[in-house]
Design a protein around this ligand. Structure first.
Ligand code: GLN
Length: 303
């Protein structure tokens, strides 16, 4: 099958690109052109397929939560699940609502509350959290050009009232240890990691390969831990649209409000797609439509 041709054909047949809305609650994200569209797929045996703006960097936002989760899981092991649960929430990514009845334990590490707890955990373990995360991502992708977009990070820091509320609320239940400003500072940086589709698919390839990265040739986590992270992505990676994503795409995936989605087919490939306009659930409208067509026409999904 000519996958490059298939990707171009799916793109050509997507309905017009004026559906959805680019995120602007973080003002800096609102400046990105809605017409951008990139795809990059990388297989575990080294084949790459690319289309459109696949080499242009964008703000990966919540996609980074999978990478910090991996780092925290490496360090804390099973004890991590005492601080954050592994259940789908069925609520928007920034929801506070279940935290009260769940007594400050977030439903999962993919929603903001859970990712903020993961940041709190990492602050206890990492000497230089931002530098250490960047080094981890650069080693996974074998690419030292990856960095933080400081303008985006500053923009989110200036508009983080809701995330601050999440941290303080969880602190009231004893599930936060570090200072709120240092947690938010780290969180806003990881969301502001800037990567392109090629770098993203390379970075996530270890999740398609039982925890061994074919890019940096290192075992990042065990096969069992990989199974668990993929399960979390499948059930929680697209928040209250995780069911729809499983139904239409059928792969573990993670979205970000920058318009990126990464998905993996274990034993086969990682794919990243970028299209900034978001649907009502905060996920890339055309990213989902593209991936639905891709897995349908290639005939590969975990189901
Ligand atoms: N930085 C964003 C926020 O906290 C991440 C959300 C997302 O990508 N879904 O609101």
């Amino acid at each position: 099958m000519d996958v490059n041709h298939l990707i171009a054909d799916i793109h050509a047949k997507l309905p017009s690109l004026n559906t959805g809305k680019v995120a602007d609650y973080i003002p800096e994200l609102g400046k990105v052109s809605p017409d951008k569209f990139g795809v990059h797929a990388m297989t575990i045996d080294g084949r790459a397929f690319s289309f459109g703006d696949a080499q242009e960097g964008f703000s990966i936002q919540s996609i980074a939560k999978v990478l910090t989760l991996t780092m925290a899981y490496q360090r804390l092991g099973h004890d991590l699940w005492k601080r954050v649960d592994v259940e789908p929430s069925g609520t928007p990514f920034n929801s506070l609502i279940q935290l009260e009845s769940d007594r400050g334990i977030p439903r999962n590490p993919m929603m903001n509350a859970g990712a903020l707890v993961v940041c709190d955990v990492l602050l206890d373990y990492l000497a230089n959290p931002k530098a250490d995360l960047l080094e981890f991502v650069q080693s996974l992708s074998c690419d030292v050009t990856i960095g933080y977009n400081e303008t985006v990070a500053a923009s989110e820091r200036a508009h983080s009232d809701r995330n601050r509320a999440l941290v303080e609320f969880m602190r009231s239940f004893g599930n936060i240890k570090n200072g709120t400003d240092s947690i938010l500072d780290f969180y806003c940086s990881l969301c502001a990691l800037e990567m392109n589709c090629a770098q993203l698919s390379n970075t996530f390839l270890f999740l398609a390969n039982k925890g061994f990265s074919p890019i940096c040739r290192k075992q990042i986590i065990t096969g069992n831990m990989t199974k668990r992270i993929n399960a979390i992505m499948q059930l929680c990676g697209l928040y209250d649209e995780a069911g729809e994503f499983a139904f239409r795409v059928g792969l573990p995936g993670k979205s970000g409000v920058g318009g990126g989605i990464v998905a993996v087919l274990p034993g086969d490939y990682a794919i990243a797609v970028w299209s900034p306009p978001l649907n009502r659930k905060g996920n890339s409208h055309f990213g989902m439509a593209f991936l639905e067509q891709f897995t349908t026409r290639v005939g590969g999904s975990i189901f």
